[in-house]
Ligand binder design. Structure first.
Ligand code: F6R
Length: 242
């Protein structure tokens, strides 16, 4: 696991876009694993800028998102589907059929988890997975728990995550209590992983991820065992590291 500390979120976005640009040059049909939330937004803006400048061509790129709230339709402005179209997909030349997000509105969610796991598998494997991190160390929506999860599955969100995410909703009651997420094993299969953490709310989770033991109580700590994981931090997120 490599740790890099940057001056600010914009420098992280530029570095991450550089990695994506290199990958897309080497492999125009590459597979990107994407995240939602506030953290990747500067990176998505940088990707859009480079697309507009003619430096990035997404026409052959495939994407697979990590997670989605249960019960929110694609049209719901709080859904991750809506977020991805709003913040990235509608602004680049990616083909709709090449974008994949887990659905949170299937009648049989348990069997659907297997369908999404298979889709990710059939992509040929994720070349580069972008991750944010929860204040409690979650990646995707894999919350702290007894064991590391394996495949795509349904999770109950912790109070901490519900509180952290209420900023996107009118009030805390509206935050869905459940979500579908790639499992830890699904995430760990990616060729390369870039985890971005910005802001002081992430400092403790970042410290536990990098300096603590590998434990499912801090799901991101599993990245210590990945062969090519980079942790990109701004100064605030890196504040507790020596
Ligand atoms: C979202 C996801 C989550 C977020 C995490 C941080 O797709 O996978 O793990 O990355 O909750 O969210 P922000 O970036 O909003 O602080």
């Amino acid at each position: 696991m490599k740790v890099k500390v940057f001056q600010d979120a914009q420098s992280i976005a530029e570095y991450t876009a550089d990695q994506i640009q290199k990958l897309m040059k080497r492999k125009p049909e590459c597979v990107l694993g994407l995240a939602t939330g506030s953290t990747p937004v500067p990176t998505y803006r940088e990707m859009i800028k480079r697309y507009e400048q003619g430096k990035l061509d997404f026409s052959q790129v495939k994407t697979y998102n990590l997670d989605e709230y249960l019960g929110l339709s694609k049209e719901n402005s709080q859904s991750f589907y809506y977020f991805m179209w709003e913040n990235l997909f509608s602004k680049i030349n990616i083909l709709k059929e090449n974008t994949h997000l887990p659905s949170g509105t299937e009648a049989d969610m348990e069997s659907y988890c297997k369908v999404y796991e298979k889709q990710v598998e059939q992509s040929g494997g994720i070349d580069l997975q972008l991750l944010g991190i929860g204040n409690n160390g979650h990646i995707g929506f894999n919350e702290p728990e007894e064991n590391f999860s394996q495949h795509v599955h349904i999770v109950s969100l912790t109070q901490e995550t519900i509180q952290a995410n209420k900023r996107f909703f009118e009030n805390v009651q509206q935050v869905p209590r459940k979500a579908i997420t790639m499992g830890i094993e699904t995430i760990m299969k990616a060729e390369k992983i870039i985890l971005i953490a910005t802001g002081k709310a992430k400092a403790k989770a970042v410290y536990d991820t990098i300096s603590g033991p590998v434990t499912p109580w801090c799901p991101a700590s599993i990245l210590q065992r990945h062969k090519d994981a980079e942790i990109l931090l701004d100064l605030e997120a890196a504040a507790l590291l020596k």
